[in-house]
Write a protein that binds this ligand. Structure first.
Ligand SMILES: [Zn+2]
Length: 458
């Protein structure tokens, strides 16, 4: 029955739905399924062609890049090799925060663009746009990489993720029907967790029996640890767990694999650029989604060699509505020289930095997900350039804030109103203003730090 319905969704419901909404995701997916097995040289050739097209477009239609390229005497039509873009400056978060409208392509009207935002891996909020076509190709990238973990269209997934409303995207009967027929997702909101909600997760998963879990790394780890420490035996086991949104430590992976008796597929993604890289069934590193993104690793102003850790720069080859060119997302990683034995020509990388978050706890015994706070609290606060949350004890949280240009009374009012919604009425918070929040030497950025052990809740 399950397999029959899966085929019905894959071959009938999904194609009809993509036609109805005019989505090109199926075409993109078909292309990506083929191109992943091209040779590394062919993939690089494809990247050069797409890069040239993007740069010419950005030069002709985005005032920010027109000015930048002119200042650096950069002629995109003369681009011969990928390395040629090294003569262009890096695009920082600050550049985007200050020039968002000038980075937009003038030939893309409002109705062709979707606004989006992120709390980022360093707790520095960012607002940006994707063009409609990019949204379809992003969906295709996600599908391809989910398929590496054994998922396919029509299968059921459980999401241990931030807010429910954020994931379902749409509300109402139509969305409910779409989810029932097509997406078949169970959303388990991990933005705030109590002991009861972990018990509830277990119950819902047993009933829904999803094929794959897609999860904030720290949320699924907490859930796995809860099952382990409470001696659970009768919990549901999926085929695979995909972890994302924060750093997955190898000790966490071991617990998740042990409890759910299935492999973990780690993923590196971001809202700005969709899936950046993810593990295939060989787990030898993360395959870069190289047909859609160009990654560079930069050390002391030059390209880092294989295995050498550098700052990550990303060029999104397909977002013409608002090009991201050499965008420094504040993560660090390195390229892996070896080819993967899976046969895919997509280059491998390792991530060495990234976001580390702790759960924060309220006196009522609720755990608040750090990863969820970056997007649902900090990214919505006006005028916050960067933030870090520290919990010394169960009654107090310190917000370390780097002020942005728009910081003011409205920011403080926002905190006064919103913080109790996340932390409840009893948590005291204080704000400490700082000049910057440095990364650790490892390249990791700790967004939330708690000295309270979340296991107190079990
Ligand atoms: Zn592989």
């Amino acid at each position: 029955m399950g397999g029959l319905y899966r085929n019905f969704v894959k071959h009938i419901v999904y194609p009809l739905e993509t036609m109805r909404i005019g989505s090109s995701a199926r075409r993109h997916l078909a292309e990506l399924e083929v191109s992943q097995f091209l040779s590394p040289e062919r993939i690089r050739q494809l990247q050069i062609e797409r890069l040239r097209r993007l740069l010419i477009h950005a030069y002709e239609h985005c005032p920010f890049y027109t000015e930048r390229f002119d200042q650096h005497n950069f002629n995109p039509r003369k681009l011969q090799a990928i390395e040629d873009i090294q003569s262009l400056p890096i695009t920082t978060k600050k550049d985007i925060q200050e020039n968002k409208e000038r980075m937009r392509a003038v030939n893309f009207p409002d109705e062709m663009l979707e606004p989006n935002k992120t709390g980022g891996s360093t707790g520095a909020p960012l607002y940006f746009y994707h063009d409609k076509e990019r949204i379809f190709s992003r969906e295709a990238s996600t599908f391809r990489h989910n398929r590496w973990a054994g998922w396919d269209i029509g299968m059921k997934t459980a999401h241990l993720w931030g807010h429910r409303g954020d994931i379902s995207g749409m509300k109402g009967i139509k969305a409910g029907l779409r989810n029932f027929l097509l997406e078949r997702r169970l959303i388990l909101d991990t933005s705030s967790i109590t002991r009861d909600s972990l018990v509830q997760f277990k119950k819902e998963l047993r009933k829904f029996r999803p094929d794959i879990y897609i999860a904030y790394a720290n949320s699924v780890f907490l859930f796995a640890r809860f099952l382990k420490e409470t001696g659970s035996r009768d919990h549901h086991r999926p085929r695979a767990v995909i972890t994302s949104a924060e750093v997955l430590e190898s000790s966490q992976r071991a617990v998740i694999e042990d409890v759910f008796e299935c492999p973990v597929f780690d993923r590196y993604g971001s809202r700005e650029t969709s899936i950046i890289a993810s593990e295939c069934e060989k787990h030898t590193g993360l395959h870069i989604c190289a047909e859609t993104l160009l990654l560079e690793f930069i050390k002391e102003g030059r390209a880092a060699g294989p295995g050498e850790v550098g700052k990550t720069l990303i060029t999104d080859l397909l977002n013409f509505g608002m090009p991201f060119i050499r965008y420094q997302n504040e993560d660090t990683g390195s390229t892996v020289a070896e080819r993967c034995s899976c046969g895919r020509g997509l280059p491998l990388m390792k991530i060495s930095g990234g976001r580390v978050t702790d759960f924060l706890m309220t006196p009522e015994g609720k755990l608040i997900s750090g990863a969820a706070l970056t997007i649902y609290l900090i990214a919505n606060a006006p005028g916050v350039a960067q933030a870090q949350l520290i919990q010394e004890n169960i009654n107090e949280v310190t917000f370390r804030i780097v002020k942005g240009e728009m910081f003011g009374a409205a920011t403080l009012q926002f905190f006064e109103r919103e913080i109790p919604k996340f932390f409840g009425p009893r948590v005291k918070y204080s704000i400490e203003y700082v000049e910057n929040i440095p990364q650790e030497n490892s390249g990791k950025y700790r967004f939330s730090i708690s000295k309270v052990d979340p296991r107190e809740m079990f």
